[in-house]
Structure formats: structure tokens, C-alpha cells
Design a protein around this ligand. Sequence first.
Ligand SMILES: Cc1cc2nc3c(=O)[nH]c(=O)nc-3n(C[C@H](O)[C@H](O)[C@H](O)COP(=O)(O)OP(=O)(O)OC[C@H]3O[C@@H](n4cnc5c(N)ncnc54)[C@H](O)[C@@H]3O)c2cc1C
Length: 382
Amino acid sequence: MSNFYDVLIIGGGVNGCSIAYQLSKRNIKVAVLEKTRVGAEASSAAAGMLGAQAEIKEKSPFFDFARQSRDMFPELVPELEEKSGVSVSFIKNGMLKVADSEMEKERLLEMLAFQKQEGEQVEWFTNRDIQDMERGITGDNFGGLYIRGDGQVKAAELTKAYARAAAFEGAEIYEDTPVLNILKENKKAIGVQTPAGAVYADKVVLAGGAWSNMTVSEEDQLPPLVPVKGECVSLRPVKPVIDTTLHASDFYLVPKPGGSIIIGATEHEGEMGKKVSAGAVQSLLSKAFSLVPDLQQAEWETAWTGVRPQTFDGKPYLGRSPIDGLWIAAGHYRNGILLSALTGKWMADLMEGKAEVQEWISAFSPQRTVIQKEGTPVDINH
Ligand SMILES: Cc1cc2nc3c(=O)[nH]c(=O)nc-3n(C[C@H](O)[C@H](O)[C@H](O)COP(=O)(O)OP(=O)(O)OC[C@H]3O[C@@H](n4cnc5c(N)ncnc54)[C@H](O)[C@@H]3O)c2cc1C
């Protein structure tokens, strides 16, 4: 490892690796320091949905950022696959948001109206339409919102692809390299301490997912992050039961290329453990069986957990931290795979002083808590 880089990235998750890819493409000397393995945490636990329209029902900088990130995948994926040699299994199999109550139907109809107004491809499906399209759904529902253009990837492979494509462009990726703390001089971040010694950089990017705040001391007052543990299970049906991703109010079924179906996901705020509980498995399976009964004949594959990094307002922190020289790209909560494409590009633009969308600069600024508390805008683009 060299002693000095233009940019040091802490964390080899999907976002750290995407940033490394975009920076190294611009001939910036960059290294990623990952405490265990690339994609070891949330980025390999994700179901891989690129659901820009799945959960958002009003116009906001976040909606536009999410849509723009989703729209990058058709061009980005071939580029990454060619440079990395990793297939990320990107498919556009659509998403059906099934209403399981009158109230949910009302909510989805509002979402339909908003998204149509925004020019998105969405349709309302009756219960009959749903059963005609997906024969595996036999019970009665209250209709559903069909998002034709929605897609998915295999999340662990996408993370690997970013990392290898970044290495192809010249980035250095160091696994088994925990960052112990951030080195500062005159209140400016100048590098990091690892067990093997100090490494220096012009800029340090904290992309440590739910662990980001543990790498800095409390006095640095980084914005708050809450871990939200999630559990998923995977089944292999004996014959195909669904083709479309199904999203109900508190669970989803994602049919993956290759035949498995991921059922997710629980939400345990404040938890970081790796244990999968029997109750979580039971709850996910019984919800899945009630929507697609034939899944009861499927073969059991596996179950796992991951920890989502949640911010105080649900939007990621992307930009300068209150510490000079320290940047943050963390807090992507339930959408880090979807947002990874634009997160890489946006962070590279910000660090090069080329970021142009003022709305995003302030909406995602890690200093927005400061703005809220003091009520006066802070110049975050210097
Ligand atoms: C069950 C589940 C399902 C999900 N499904 C989806 C989905 O379908 N679609 C979607 O878009 N999103 C989904 N998500 C969310 C998504 O997984 C996350 O938002 C995303 O992976 C966060 O990526 P990250 O790179 O910011 O963090 P992480 O993937 O957690 O990566 C952070 C990395 O930093 C490393 N690190 C931390 N501290 C240090 C340190 N001090 N030194 C060195 N390395 C360090 C960690 O080891 C880790 O590898 C899901 C999440 C879960 C848990």
C-alpha cells in the first residue's frame, strides 16, 4: 500500500466501491479500505430490487435522485460487467405492489396518480388482472400497482463488479484492513490509522454503512445513523411460481434469475446482530404462503441478516462532513443498491467541485442537521 492517495474510502460496500469506480475512471488515485471482505455486510444481504417507484409517493429530491440512479443501470451494467468479468444478473421483470386491504388500495391509487403525473410507466391491475399475469397468486386481493419498467440485480455480484471494475481502472482495494480512526491535523482529516500503520490522503470518504459513526470519535459530531437489522429467506420452487417481483405492505418476494425466490425482510431498529430468529422465518414464510400458496412445496435454501444504515430523515448523507477533508456517503437505508449508481457519480462530482444540482447538495448534505438546529443555511459547497 502506498503512503498517500488522492482519496481514501473507508468501507468496501456497494457505495464505497461505486465511488471508487467513478473516481478511478477520472484518473484519481484512490484506495478502498475494507475491514473484512468487499460486500461483507448489507450489500450482500440485499434482495437487489431497483425499486425507485416502490416506496415513494411524493415529489422530492430523493425521488428524482432514485429515478436517475435507476436509469443509469442499463448503460452502467454492461460497462461494469466488461471491466470486471462479473455478471450482475440485471433484469427488468417489473414489480407488482399488491394491495392487501382497502386502505392499502387507497394509498397505492394515490401513488399511481402521482407517478403518472411524473411520467412514469404505472398501471392499475384488478384482482383478475393480477391472477391472469401471475398464476401463483390464487387468493383475493384489492388489486395492485404494476410498475412495468422496474428491475433488479444480484446485490453481492453488483458490489463485486464495482470493486473489480474500480481495480481495472487503477483503484487499490484492501480487504482485511480495518480503519481504526481518522487522522487529523489542525481539525482537518489528513488520513486514517490502520493496524498496519497510517495512510494519508487529500480526502477521506466514510462509506462504512451502519458502522460509519463508529469510525469517528463522538466529539466529531457526525450526523446520527441508526442500524436496522433485516432478515431474509430464500426458497427454490420445484416449478416457477412467479416472474414479477411482488411487493405487499410489509414483505416482498423477489424471483431471482436461476430460480430462487428471496422473501424479505424484517425490520429491527437499533439491532446489529447476525442471528436469524425462528419467529422471523415463520413470519416471512406465512406471509409469502398466503400470497403464493404453491411456495409451500418449495425447497428451503437459506436465511440471512443484514444491517441497513438509517438516517434521521430517511435520506442518505452524501457530501462534506463537519470535519474539513472528511466526506460521507452513508445512510442509504432500504435503497443502497438502487442508489449506488448515482451515489458513485454524485460523490465524484462533489469532490471534483462539479456537482450542479443544488437541490441534491442541500437535501443530502450530512450537515443538514446543523442547518435544522440553527435555522441558518451553512455553505456546504466550499
Ligand atoms: C435484508 C435487506 C434487504 C435489502 N434489500 C434491498 C434492495 O432490494 N434494494 C436496495 O436498493 N437496497 C436494499 N437493501 C439496502 C442496502 O443493502 C443498503 O442500503 C446498502 O447495501 C448499503 O451499502 P453501503 O455500502 O452503504 O454499506 P455496507 O454494505 O454495510 O458496507 C459498508 C462496509 O464498510 C465496512 N466498514 C465499516 N466500518 C469500517 C472500518 N472502520 N474500516 C473498514 N471497513 C469498514 C463494512 O465491513 C462494510 O463492508 C437491503 C438491506 C437489507 C439488510
